[in-house]
Design a protein around this ligand. Sequence first.
Ligand code: T3D
Length: 256
Amino acid sequence: MEFQTIRVEHQDAVLRVVMNRPEMMNALNATMRQEITAALSDLPEGVRCVVLTGEGRGFCSGQDLTDAGAAIDLERTLREEYEPMLRAITGCAVPVIAAVNGVAAGAGANVALVCDVVIAANSASFIQAFTRIGLIPDAGGTWYIPRAIGHARAMGAMLFAEPVSAQQAVDWGMIWQAVPDEEFEAVVANRARQLSEGPTGAYLSIRQAVSASFGNDLEEQLALEAQLQGKAGHSRDFTEGVGAFLQKRKPNFTGR
Ligand code: T3D
């Protein structure tokens, strides 16, 4: 598939989706939203992990503000363009790592936060930039962020729109890992390989269970865990995992 605003690199079982408008810190226009949606919805054969990252010194600066004329009906843009992209990430057939190489602002921050795991370079930051231009956080931010970091920190980050450093984001529980810039690419590649060689079905069930936990009471969650574990128990990867443990060798998971 040919893309104008993203670059897609398929190596081994990892698909790197690189937002590629570095001259504007990878701002999201309609084409980029459609292309990310398409890339994550129709994965090449054999892909078992996606890495979403940005070209140049930024991860993503959110809505392309030079596009404001075309995006005047913000409700429509969110419903028809942002939401499909977010669902393509949260419903992706394999785990998605956000590799936050630099600043992630506005919807760019929240696109990162809906991914399954966020790894950031130490020099990266997360900015709920919306109030700077008179908007409210969107792209799932008002759902994910209070759940991750609590009411007080979410409100402060959203009202003041100040950068939250990668390390602060880790300390607050907003992201998984912050790593020195010089180690960033290698750490991301290792994590992507780890997930691409893991039990994909279990990963997707974990995503489903953790997401559902926010709306479930304990009884509902126990029932969901039992159902999903029942499914995992019938997988080839479970048989392989137990066999490998008993034979004291590394498991060869196939994602089935
Ligand atoms: O439905 C809807 O449409 C509503 C949805 C809204 C979702 C949103 O995301 S709203 C929030 C939009 N994003 C922002 O408000 C962030 C704007 N950008 C910034 O605050 C800063 O650029 C950054 C903090 C991201 C980076 O700062 P810095 O100092 O490192 O870089 P810079 O010099 O500001 O930016 C470099 C270039 O990128 C610059 O262009 P130039 O001067 O070199 O020609 C800048 O204008 C451009 N750029 C950065 N962000 C955007 C952008 N151009 C268009 N849209 C952007 N979002």
